[in-house]
Design a protein around this ligand. Structure first.
Ligand code: PLP
Length: 290
């Protein structure tokens, strides 16, 4: 089946679609994005994703290209046109096309791109064997709370991870505290069974999955502590994992050369993953694509 993508009001065959060479997203990474999971024809956590898109747009003073209700309609259309049951939808909004000049153009129309593709999810189950992560200095800018398309440090970090046989790179700040992964939020369980994840500030993205896992964990009586933890602490943790819309909750069994716990996904991690999988399959929390 051939893919269909959306750009500025029209649907195109994916192989034919393009944006202008002077789009500010292309020249300055002057734009923001979202990735939303489609599971069994439900859009998972659509509202919090669109709320975060709104915050990112406001932070960069980029106008909404259309009303939120219209955007939701286009998202549904693109999923239907691509006949997707399980997959992801990608939404990107840039400041638009203008003669190249760093300052904001006086007049420009935001560019809206929406694509969708299938996502195979065989790894997203409780048999997950766990992942290795490496640790790298966080060389990103100081507004990582904005989901900007400026992702070069994340790209380099993920590539370094892959070259070292790892699935993710956890970035650490100048004091040795883990900020987050290159496309995921970071978690650890300490020896007193406190589940720890960094609090929200401008150093990390407010992951939608992170918020959902916090809710689930609280309901299950797990003690959550939102504070930064160091790489050393993580290496001594009982359990560790990372979260995102596409990786769900992935157990971490190795950090650099250090094996976590007994080298297999931890009990609490596996329990939380099972709860998250139930949540994702629960129609009440998600939007059905009709
Ligand atoms: N942190 C970063 C840097 C990310 O890029 C992402 C997802 O793309 C996340 C965290 C996880 O966010 P979410 O759970 O909303 O997918």
């Amino acid at each position: 089946m051939s893919r269909v993508s959306y750009v500025n009001g029209r649907y195109y065959p994916h192989s034919k679609v393009s944006v202008h060479v002077e789009d500010r997203g292309y020249q300055f990474a002057d734009g923001v994005y979202e990735v939303i999971l489609i599971k069994n024809r439900y859009l998972v956590d659509e509202e919090p994703h669109l709320d975060r898109l709104d915050r990112s747009l406001q932070a960069l003073e980029i106008d909404w290209p259309m009303k939120q209700a219209s955007l939701k309609h286009v998202i549904k259309e693109i999923i239907n046109k691509n006949k997707l049951k399980d997959g992801i939808v990608y939404i990107q909004i840039t400041r638009g096309v203008a003669k190249r000049d760093h300052g904001f153009p006086k007049k420009s129309k935001p560019t809206l791109v929406i694509t969708a593709r299938p996502l195979l999810m065989p790894h997203l189950n409780t048999n997950n064997k766990g992942a290795k992560v490496i640790t790298i200095p966080d060389i990103r800018w100081k507004r990582c709370d904005i989901k900007s398309v400026s992702l070069l440090p994340n790209v380099l970090g993920k590539q370094a991870a892959r070259e070292q046989g790892a699935q993710e790179a956890w970035q650490f700040d100048e004091e040795g505290f883990v900020t987050e992964g290159t496309s995921t939020n970071a978690w650890m369980l300490d020896t007193d069974n406190n589940l720890i994840t960094r609090y929200l500030d401008e150093a990390i993205l407010s992951g939608v999955t992170r918020l959902t896992i916090i809710d689930i964990a609280k309901k299950e009586g797990i003690k959550i502590v939102e504070r930064p933890f160091t790489v050393d602490e993580a290496k001594k943790s009982k359990e560790a994992f990372f979260t995102s819309s596409t990786s769900f909750l992935t157990p971490v069994v190795q950090i650099d050369d250090v094996i976590i716990g007994n080298g297999a996904p931890g009990l609490l991690t596996t329990k939380l993953l099972a709860s998250y999988l139930r949540y994702v399959d629960c129609p009440k929390s998600n939007t059905l694509i009709s």
